[in-house]
Structure formats: C-alpha cells, structure tokens
Design a protein around this ligand. Sequence first.
Ligand code: LLP
Length: 416
Amino acid sequence: MDYFVYRDNHLFAEDVAVAEIAAQHHTPVYIYSRATLERHWRAFDDALGSHPHLICYAVKANSNIGVLSVLAKLGSGFDIVSAGELARVIEAGGDPAKVVFSGVGKKHAEIRYALEQGIMCFNVESEPELHRINEVAATLGVQAPISLRINPDVDAKTHPYISTGLKANKFGIARERALATYELAAGLSNLNIIGMDCHIGSQLTDIDPFVDALDRLLVLIDELAAKGIHIHHLDVGGGLGVTYDKESPPHPKEYAAALAQRLTGRDALKLILEPGRAIAANAGIMVTQVEFIKEGEEKHFAIVDAAMNDLIRPALYSAWQNIIRVDTQTQATPRVYDIVGPICETGDFIGRDRELAVAPGDLLAVRSAGAYGFVMASNYNSRCRPAEIMVDKNQVIVVRERENQKDLWKGEYKLP
Ligand code: LLP
C-alpha cells in the first residue's frame, strides 16, 4: 500500500498534486512519500513483534539523506556497503551502533572509519577480509564485532544479476567452509564473533528460498555452538520483492511469520533483516514530461525528458515499471508507445509497448521508482541529475536539488 493515489483524475503524492510539484520543481523529478516509507518500515518492524530484532534498511536502495533521516527517526538500523553510505547514515542522524557493514571489498580506510564510528557488526565475506579487519582493529586497539556471510547455495529464482546466494556468485563464504572459517576467526585476537549473515538475492517473490537459507544457517549455528562458538544474531539479508507489475510477493507479515516460526525455541537469537526495495520502491515515483510524439514506421514513440541516466533499471535489467498518466483527463487517442528518452542509445527506454493516451506536454509518472532509481542515476550525455522531493502530508520538501551545469564538471580541470 502506498500514498500515490488519484483524486478527481489527478495523481497525488499524499496531499499534494503531483502536477503542482512538477510545475514548481520541473521534470524529470523523483517524488517520495514519507508516510509510505514509514508504513513499509513499520510493516517489517511490527511483523517481528516481540522477538528480538532490528530492521537494518539497505541504504543502497535509496541513500538520500532525507529518506535516511525519516527512517533514522523511527529507530531503524542500516545495512551499508561503503564508507560513503556510513557517512550518509551519520549525517542523516542514524545510530552507528545499529549499522551492519556488508560487501566483498572493504578497504582498510573503510574498516578503520567504521570501527572508529562504533558500528554494530561487519558482515565478512572472505578469509582475507577477516585478516584485514583483525589487523585494522589491532592498530586501533579494539575488538571488531563480526559476522560471517554464509553463501547457503540456494536458488533465489530471480534475475541473474541480482541473485547472490548461489555457489557461482562472488558473495559470502561457502557453507562447507563455514565452520573452518569461524574457527579461524575465533583464533584472531582482535575479532569478536557475534553473528551469522546471508543475503540470497533481490526481488524474491517466493518465501521458500528464504526459509531454505534460514534452515541451512540454523544447522550451522547449532554446529558452532557444539564447538563453543556462540552466535547472538542471525542476519537474513534483504531481498523481499515488490509488485512492479503482476508479481504477488508475500507481505512482510507473512515473510516475517515464516522466519519467526523457524526460530521457535531460540528466543535469544536476535533476527536482523536488511530490506531495501520493499521499503523504498513503492514509496517513490519519477515524473517526466512528454516532449514529442514521433510516429515511426513500425512503432510510435513518446519521447520524454527522462532517460536511462535518470532511471537505468529498464535498460540494465529489462525491468518493467508501470507508467501512468499524472492527469487522466485528455483528448489524446490511446496508442501503443515506446516511452524513450533523449539519450543516443537504442537501449534508452523507460518502457516499451505501453498503451497510453498522451500528447506533448503531458506528465507521466514511473511507479516503483523509490528504490534503485536516483541512486543509480548518472550524468551520461552530460545530463544534470534530477531533483528529489519528499512529500509529507501537504508539505513539499526538496531533499536534493536538481544539479546545474556547473555541477557537471565539478572537480574537472582544463589544460593550460
Ligand atoms: N543486503 C545486501 C547484502 C544486499 O546486497 C542487498 C541488495 C540488500 C540487502 C537489499 O536487497 P533488497 O531488499 O533491496 O532486495 N539494482 C538492482 C538491485 C540490486 C540489489 C543488490 N543487493 C535493481 O535495481 O533491481
């Protein structure tokens, strides 16, 4: 459920007409809904009830400071993958003691910064990384809290680029190596083993792979306990899917209930979740204006002012995102269009074969754009990245200004 709804044929973001925002802040523009973000975060938090848990929002899905500040105020934890993401969390008012640090390539300086800020845990992805964290912790004279990311070898049945829990993927430590790697960690004097972690992929629409992965990790936790290595939290990663089209992913409640059921009798084992998309995707839209209608020989094109640099998911993953009219009253005749941007590539499309009644000047909203939208935007073709707006009831807050041309060459230099 989200707060982007039509009222009298006009699309609203909470209590504000989307067309008004576009008129004032121009297009393309990302618009987020605070109430939707909060609702989605709470759906996870409430679903886990009294079982000890922490929702660590995956910052990579949408790292805007405004978005992070909304979640920080709810008491959210954060899953980060770089020093930059940690700096954003801190800037937004998030608590470093609720941060888990994932990712396969943590650099010395990133580890040092995270230790200095007192993060909750490193999700460690390899043996060399264990040694590196141990070394950096020793130079600071501290114990680094760690968890091993185990690759449970389950098929998440999602797009191959966002499937991460198979043996063939670069992520985590193979299940077969898990006990030996924990023993290695236990022997390193500046590490403190506190948890176990996994993340099997993104946009999962079925509960079974999550439960399979969890079961495999619980077996390992028991084997470790028998060796005197005690795991205090289990981080099951993110990955719960959302509805872009006709998918019907489980509700966070159902998902959490399935996990909690497996944890019966393990009341002290804290559960950590790292949802990104399920919190942010449907809390955002990207609004774009139709510039031209072009009648091709075989196809009709609606050329809009947003492009693959603003929203790359359709071009990169052939992702389908719904495209709807901002104002539904129009004289235009419905036709099947490819919605394309101004970039000089055939892959520059936002949607293909969409039936829409549109005319130049009309506004379109691309739905489910709150996750992996702006964060993956670039300046390709020297296009300024769009503004980001947060709507909070009837308030419109610019949470990132539209870039201007000087921003395009910031840090670049001419030769004398
Ligand atoms: N935790 C870890 C360790 C991750 O790698 C990810 C996502 C998440 C949590 C959050 O997953 P989520 O709940 O958002 O599914 N750019 C792609 C998605 C890449 C996801 C990468 N990892 C897309 O636009 O579909």
